[in-house]
Design a protein around this ligand. Structure first.
Ligand code: ADE
Length: 242
């Protein structure tokens, strides 16, 4: 699953004998990749869109595992554009039912974080490490098309990803999130929603994000440029490495 059409196009092209089905305004394309039955879908943006799509994947396509790849805004100062983050824990930074329950707690589940399963985490970590160290993702990506991003030394980070229905494009909002959740590595708009649906249906999931911008005043220009020139190449490289 991906949240931008540009990010999934090349993965759709990998499917053997692809068949398309439209359900609830989403286009699901299914076939096989290296013999593995696979469905590829563009979820659209935000937690509701991602949850609805994840529920359809579970209930209509009977998936046994879900992989979300896409971009995110860097929150930790250690992250730079082009780095890759694998989510160990996913949190919804905009859930707040205080004083009825703790801030960030998902009502009725009594959970704040959704943990990625260890098997999927290890597999993703190994694949992305190989991609960075041996294949050199920066070499796979044609650097001549990149106007301003220096992705010559991408780093893999594993840690907390925060999701919510907000695009972070100001230093003020970024600092406010860092103050609320100092351990968060990056922010996006779908991962924790998908993780919640997967938790509810007991489906193993992985969320892998490439840093497209630093979730601040520069995001308004960096994000569209990264999407236009770089994002799909990352997604393709990551998916084929798994
Ligand atoms: N995905 C990529 N960049 C983002 C940002 N700055 N805020 C929210 N989601 C994002």
């Amino acid at each position: 699953m991906g949240a931008m059409p540009e990010e999934i196009e090349d993965v759709v092209a990998l499917l053997s004998n692809p068949v398309t089905k439209i359900i609830g305004m989403r286009r699901y394309t299914y076939g096989t990749i290296n013999g593995v039955k696979t469905v590829v879908v563009f979820s659209r943006w935000g937690k509701v869109a991602a949850s609805a799509t994840a529920a359809t994947l579970v209930n209509v396509f009977n998936i046994t595992e879900l992989i979300f790849t896409g971009v995110a805004g860097g929150i930790s100062p250690e992250l730079k554009i082009g780095d890759i983050v694998i989510g160990t824990k996913l949190i919804q930074h905009d859930i707040d039912a205080r004083p009825l329950m703790q801030q960030f707690e998902v009502p009725l589940l009594g959970k704040t974080y959704f943990d990625a399963p260890t098997i999927q985490l290890n597999k993703a970590q190994k694949a992305v490490t190989t991609l960075i160290d041996e294949s050199g993702i920066h070499k796979v990506i044609n650097t001549t098309t990149l106007s301003k991003f220096d992705i010559s030394t991408p780093t893999l980070h594993t840690g907390i990803i925060a999701s919510g229905d907000t695009f972070f494009a100001s230093n003020t909002n970024k600092q406010a999130l860092l103050k609320k959740l100092p351990e968060v590595l990056c922010v996006e708009m779908e991962g924790a929603a998908v993780a919640q649906v997967c938790y509810e249906y007991n489906i193993p999931f992985t969320v892998i994000r490439t840093i497209s911008d630093t979730a601040d005043d520069k995001s308004v220009t960096d994000f569209p440029e990264f999407i236009a020139n770089v994002a799909s190449k990352y997604t393709f490289s990551i998916i084929t490495s798994l």
